[in-house]
Design a protein around this ligand. Structure first.
Ligand SMILES: [Zn+2]
Length: 343
C-alpha cells in the first residue's frame, strides 16, 4: 500500500467503525466490534503493519495519523461501554421499594396567582370567563372600540403590527374580547377576560412589551354607573382588603362615556404618602366607564334598550402592589428564586 492508500483506507475504517458503533446495543456486539478493529488481527493491526512498506520520510506522519484515529475510536468505545453498563444496571437492578424522586415543582407564578384570585372574585358575582385571540384585527382592536382610522386615541397605543397593511396586530388591550362576546351572546352579559396584551414599550422597571390585563363587561337593561361602582368597589376590597378606600375620577377612553379612572388608597402607606404612591396617598388601578353606544352598534347590539359598563386593569400592576414588587421585569426573568417567594 502507498502512503495515500493507507490514509484513504484509514479514513474508510474510521467512518465504518463509528457507524457500526452507533448501532451497537449490547455487550456481545461491542466485544465483536473491539476485536474487529483493535484485535490482534484487527483492521488497525493490519493497517499499522503496512507502515514499514512506505517511504521512510512518510512513516512517522502516517503512524501519527493512525494513532490519533485509534485514540478517537477508543474513546468512543469506552463511552459506549459505560453507556451499556449503565443501561444494563438500570434494566436489571430496579428496586421498586425506593421512594420516587419528588419533582422540583416551584410555586405558581405571581401573575397566575393574581389572575386566579381575580377570576375567583368575579365568579362570586356570577361573571363568566372568556378569552379572545392574541392576534387581532384592526377592527376588533380599534375600530369596533370607537377608534376609527386616524382617531387620535390610536396614538395612545404603540402597536405591534403584523402586516404591511396594518390590518393584523398583536392586541394592545383585552377590550377586543368585549366586542367578540357581544357579537356572539345576547344580554344580559357579565363577563371578564384575562390575557396577554402587547405594546411597543421599552423593557424597563415599569414597562414591558408583553403584559396582562383583565377586562370586564356587564350589559343589561338599566345598568348604571352605580352598578359599575358597586362591582368595582367589591372587587378592589376583596383583592386588597376591606379597609381600602376607592376613588373615582373623571377620565377619557374612546370606548366608554362617561369614563373614570379608579384609584385605591395606597396599600403601602394607607394614604399618608410614600414613595410607591408618589406621596399622593392614592394608586391608580383601573380604567372604566359606561359602554359607548358606538361600541354596541359596532358589536351588533341595539343600544336603545341596553346599557352597560366596562373596565380594564393591568395584572402586573395589581401583582406588584399586592406583593410589593418594584420592577415589572422580575415577572419575566424566569428566576425560580423569585417565584418561590409567592404562593
Ligand atoms: Zn403610599
Amino acid at each position: 500500500m502507498s502512503h495515500n492508500e493507507i490514509l484513504e483506507n484509514l479514513d474508510n475504517i474510521v467512518k465504518q467503525a463509528i457507524c457500526e458503533l452507533q448501532k451497537i446495543n449490547d455487550h456481545t456486539a461491542i466485544e465483536q466490534w473491539r476485536v474487529k478493529y483493535f484485535g490482534r488481527k484487527g483492521l488497525f493491526a493490519d493497517i499499522t503493519s503496512a507502515i514499514p512498506h512506505i517511504s521512510p520520510e512518510l512513516r512517522s506522519e502516517t503512524g501519527k495519523k493512525i494513532n490519533t484515529a485509534k485514540k478517537q475510536l477508543m474513546q468512543m468505545f469506552e463511552e459506549k461501554l459505560g453507556f451499556l453498563k449503565n443501561k444494563e444496571a438500570s434494566d436489571t437492578d430496579v428496586n421498586f421499594t425506593i421512594p420516587g424522586i419528588i419533582p422540583d415543582v416551584p410555586n405558581l407564578h405571581p401573575i397566575t396567582l393574581v389572575s386566579r384570585e381575580i377570576v375567583g372574585i368575579f365568579q362570586k358575582l356570577g361573571f363568566g370567563i372568556h378569552v379572545g385571540p392574541e392576534i387581532e384585527t384592526d377592527f376588533y382592536n380599534f375600530e369596533a372600540l370607537n377608534m376609527p382610522e386616524n382617531h387620535p386615541a390610536r396614538d395612545m397605543w404603540d402597536t405591534f403590527y403584523l402586516d404591511e397593511d396594518r390590518k393584523l396586530l398583536l392586541r394592545t388591550h383585552t377590550s377586543p374580547v368585549q366586542v367578540r362576546v357581544m357579537q356572539k351572546l345576547s344580554p344580559p352579559l357579565r363577563i371578564i377576560a384575562i390575557g396577554k396584551t402587547f405594546r411597543r414599550d421599552a423593557f424597563d422597571a415599569s414597562h414591558s412589551p408583553v403584559f396582562h390585563q383583565v377586562e370586564g363587561l356587564m350589559v343589561d337593561k338599566n345598568i348604571t354607573f352605580s352598578n359599575l361602582k358597586a362591582v368595582l368597589i367589591f372587587f378592589l376590597r376583596e383583592l386588597f382588603g376591606s379597609r381600602v378606600r376607592v376613588r373615582f375620577l373623571p377620565s377619557y377612553f374612546p370606548f366608554t362615556e362617561p369614563s373614570a379612572e379608579i384609584s385605591i388608597s395606597c396599600v403601602i402607606c394607607g394614604g399618608k404618602g410614600c414613595q410607591t404612591c408618589g406621596n399622593a396617598g392614592w394608586l391608580e388601578i383601573l380604567g372604566a366607564g359606561m359602554v359607548h353606544p358606538e361600541v354596541f352598534r359596532k358589536s351588533g347590539l341595539d343600544c336603545k334598550n341596553i346599557t352597560g359598563f366596562a373596565f380594564g386593569a393591568g395584572i402586573e400592576r395589581i401583582a406588584m402592589l399586592k406583593y410589593g414588587i418594584d420592577d415589572i421585569r422580575q415577572f419575566y426573568l424566569n428566576d425560580k428564586r423569585f417565584i418561590q417567594q409567592f404562593g
